[in-house]
Write a protein that binds this ligand. Structure first.
Ligand code: GSH
Length: 204
């Protein structure tokens, strides 16, 4: 087994590293240097035709891509401690919050990164700057909405710490890298961010 990985600021491989750290699972890793375009080399495209990291290579030659799918694979093998929920209700809540984090926050920050950031201009082809910039407010509004959702006093998105927190943490920290901060007034979300960042796994 091998995990094809890339370091921070790449947020998707970080999700898998945090997940593995929380589970105490060690997996051999190979770095795929995005800046050197190693993820678009024919050898890597043969593993993931989208040319993206992370990718998990299994011993039978299967290649799994998509960060959450990779974590789900490990969850099926090592249930404890559960990070995708324990019983039906919890599992659904974790899924609900993963999807909300991805669609409500990751999607707009992806558009800011693709269309408004000078660092991606060379690889994206054509950037639609105004569209990219407009996504800053959409992302920021999503965080204000999540802050309101936390008004019931719970510590984590789905109740207990889960994959949903990992997904949102990696999105928010990547957002910072592209100039998107948690809005000042989102005090519950700031407290949540402090809590999840204080876990040793956040340094993975
Ligand atoms: N949905 C995928 C996204 C993977 C992804 O976009 N990875 C980034 C690094 S964080 C990448 O490889 N980007 C290069 C590209 O898209 O060409 C996942 O969750 O793993």
């Amino acid at each position: 087994m091998k995990l094809y990985d890339e370091g921070t600021p790449a947020p998707n491989p970080r999700k898998v590293r945090i997940y593995l750290a929380e589970k105490g699972i060690a997996v051999p890793r190979e770095r795929v240097r995005i800046m050197r375009r190693e993820h678009k080399a024919p050898e890597f495209l043969a593993k993931n035709s989208l040319g993206q990291v992370p990718v998990l290579e299994l011993d039978d030659g299967t290649y799994l891509s998509e960060s959450v799918a990779i974590c789900r694979y490990f969850e099926a093998l090592h249930f404890a401690p559960p990070l995708f929920g324990q019983e039906a209700r919890e599992q659904a809540l974790v899924e609900m919050w993963i999807r909300r984090a991805e669609f409500r926050y990751w999607a707009p920050i992806g558009m800011v990164w693709r269309h408004a950031d000078p660092r991606t201009a060379a690889v994206v082809g054509r950037q639609f700057k105004e569209f990219g910039e407009a996504n800053r407010k959409i992302a920021s509004d999503a965080l204000l909405w999540i802050d309101r959702e936390l008004a019931d006093g719970r510590d984590y998105l789905a109740g207990t710490y889960s994959m949903a927190d990992i997904v949102l943490l990696c999105g928010i920290d990547f957002g910072k890298f592209i100039g998107l901060d948690i809005p000042k007034e989102a005090s519950r979300l700031h407290a949540w961010h402090g809590r999840v960042s204080a876990r040793p796994s956040a340094a993975a």
